[in-house]
Design a protein around this ligand. Structure first.
Ligand code: 13P
Length: 338
């Protein structure tokens, strides 16, 4: 794996028509998914599942990078090639989720902060040696009665910034992910307000810490309706999302990659497509694309259910989702393509 500037890595990650596959489910998270489908939860089955996804012929046409979990970056294909090396050989940038999860935010019921990890610098050095060229740190902001508090937003941004500094010092592109959750029944206006407030705080702290914004990728939620709230059109999602970003995201930011955040597979294409069309009209300064977990994997996993005989059909399903997300990143997706 070669040494590259942060900007060169960013450029490859947000190349035209490509996006990221978030395959960094923690062991707890993937166990829940496997349990639901009756798949035995074991390190070997995690490996087999990830191998099915990563060895999908042609996925590199649509997928620029893959976010791995700690267990996964230490695993290999059945032929004994480490996943990071394998992806790199296909021209897909290997990345790694480095946060170690959430904890309750003391004194603030209903709010959480991503745990800090004193060993992060050492871990980043090891991940670099293993081939990771970008990392991901996820912070979660909950919307509810009286929350989020300013203190919770500030504490989460503080850790995101310390993480981003350490990544860049180690030659790794930080994906900073302040996810405003869509759980609940709040309106899209409330999502807009909270997302904007969070991003203002994040970029104020990043600037103060002299983080190089051209060597960083933002992974935000779309400004969107909540899971139990009233739905609005994809056009409105696109308008509010880009309005928010144009007000608060500095132009130097290397790229913006969206999480799917509980949207269905087709829905995540409809909304991204509306955003991409508007991006073309408005000529935004940053490149925007997808970094989906569930919206690229759900159907493929359901079809796979741990069986070798389902490998090729599952790869076809995954490739189809990647192709549609890619079309949406050009603003060229139509529901007929489903
Ligand atoms: P979803 O696309 O499933 O929301 O996950 C993306 C991700 O990486 C969340 O941290």
């Amino acid at each position: 794996m070669s040494e590259q500037t942060l900007q060169a890595i960013v450029k490859a990650m947000v190349a035209d028509g490509k996006g990221l596959l978030a395959a960094d489910e923690s062991n707890g998270n993937i166990k829940k998914k496997f349990d639901k489908l009756g798949i035995e939860d074991s390190a070997e089955n995690h490996r087999r599942y990830r191998e099915m996804l990563f060895t999908t012929p042609g996925m590199e046409k649509y997928i620029s990078g893959v976010i791995l979990f700690d267990e996964t970056i230490h695993q290999s294909t059945s032929d004994g090639v480490s996943f990071a090396q394998y992806l790199d050989s296909k021209g897909v940038v290997p990345g790694i989720k480095v946060d170690i999860g959430l904890m309750d935010f003391e004194g603030h019921p209903g709010e959480q902060v991503t745990k800090w990890d004193e060993t992060l610098n050492d871990r980043l050095k090891k991940y670099y040696e293993l081939g990771a060229r970008f990392a991901k740190w996820r912070a979660v902001i909950n919307i509810g009665a009286g929350i989020p508090s300013d203190e919770c937003i500030a504490a989460n941004c503080k850790n995101l910034v310390k993480y981003a500094q350490l990544c860049q010092a180690n030659g790794i592109v930080p994906i900073v992910e302040p996810e405003v959750l869509s759980d609940g029944d709040h309106t899209i206006e409330r999502c807009y307000e909270v997302t904007k407030k969070t991003l203002i705080e994040l970029f104020a702290q990043l600037k103060k810490a002299n983080v190089d914004l051209s060597g960083l990728i933002l992974k935000p939620n779309m400004v969107i309706y909540s899971l139990e709230g009233e739905k609005v059109s994809a056009q409105e999602v696109a308008e509010k999302t880009l309005q928010c970003f144009s007000e608060v995201v500095p132009t130097e930011v290397g790229g913006i990659v969206f999480l799917s955040g509980g949207q269905s597979e087709p829905e995540s294409c409809v909304t991204l497509n509306a955003i991409s069309k508007l991006v073309k009209e408005q000529k935004t300064p940053w490149k925007l694309t997808f970094s989906y977990g569930r919206a690229l994997q759900n159907s493929a996993l359901k079809n796979w259910i741990g069986k070798d005989e389902n490998k090729f059909s599952s790869q076809e399903i995954f490739l189809h989702r990647a192709k549609l997300a890619s079309a949406a990143s050009f603003g060229e997706y139509t529901p007929e393509m489903e």
